[in-house]
Ligand binder design. Sequence first.
Ligand code: DSN
Length: 432
Amino acid sequence: MRAREAYEHTLELLQKHHEWFKTVIPLIASENVPSPAVREALTSDLGNRYAEGWPGERVYAGCIYIDQVELLAMELARKLFKAEHANVQPVSGLTANLAVYTALTNPGDTMMCISIASGGHISMGKKKFGGTAGAVHGLEIEYLPLDEKRMNIDVDAATKRIAEVKPKLLTFGGSVFLFPHPVKELSEVAREHGARVLYDAAHVAGLIAGGQFQDPLREGAEVMTCSTHKTLPGPQHGMILCTKELAEPINKAVFPGVVSNHHLHAVAGVAVVLAEMLEFGKEYTAQIVKNAKALGEALYDQGMAVLCPDLGFTASHTIVVDITKYGDGGALEQRLEKANIVLNRNLLPWDIREGRHYKNPGGIRLGTSEVTRLGMKERQMEEIAEFIKRVVIDGEETKRVAAGVAEFRRDYQRVHYCFESATEAYEYMKIR
Ligand code: DSN
């Protein structure tokens, strides 16, 4: 392809993506759509600048306004999460976790967390799986036992295991996060055995900010990491909230430890979304959780094995369905995508034991953050469940379902729960 053709083609593909996303039901639990104001921040000149170091102590000139933006983001983060200290420099949730490992542990130390099959994140993974904690920072990983029926950490078994292992770091949180983790119950035990306590809020930061989940910094965690683009509907970035005591080691671990420049346009987007969440966060996140429960119930009523029916399916934005009755998660993910329903396959905690693999797991994971941001409520969750049923249970032709989904989506094109919404959620902004 010639340079001009490649140039045109790249931009054409972006526009096609935008057009397509106007017609899909976006249910990836780790994604969201930011407000037009966040998108505006992302296109600003801050994305072309360097600001290594701390506001007021940069190693580059040109940071007069950049410093003010970063200080504002930190102030808003402290306020929203009632935290003593905020660092908004990690460029992702993974980087934020790596910074905490760097600040609080040494290679060879042991960290306890849930396994990836139990919902843990790759940043908590063992060396043999290439996970960040093991492969990059050299931590030994021991798993917290999971109560599979409740999709949560088994407190009694974990208490015993913590006493045996005596980890240097106990990490809560993960990527399949249906119910609040027992931070209160286990933090004290961990500390008695010499551990520091980290809470990975990548998935649930928005819910925490909106007062809809748990409050880890009050329950015993001394540091909380998050990404800023899941239930917290900002730009793709990361953040660390912690006690005053940890501020210095965390700051040093972030810079010069794991970031050089920290994507300043994203920091500006973070400031914007934090302000939005202070104003609209409670209402938005309450609806996310209501929608997740409603979607779980509607799918369950159709005969799908949504996990944890006795517990109301979820207390977060996420539900998980054991899909083995209808095929494997990988194949169904692809069929649903053809029907304009975008979600992802997911390992169930017992999949590996039963010989399944992450490419063809037994589960699918669905999140309601983005559809809620588009203005959908419980009634629309029933309609979404019906579209899913037509593909998964009835085996209907995906093209026909896709057309129905696109029609359904027509009424949901704007971002809600933000100050200004003049531009449509997936409008392609051409500025050439
Ligand atoms: N946390 C992953 C997910 O849940 O999809 C993304 O890193």
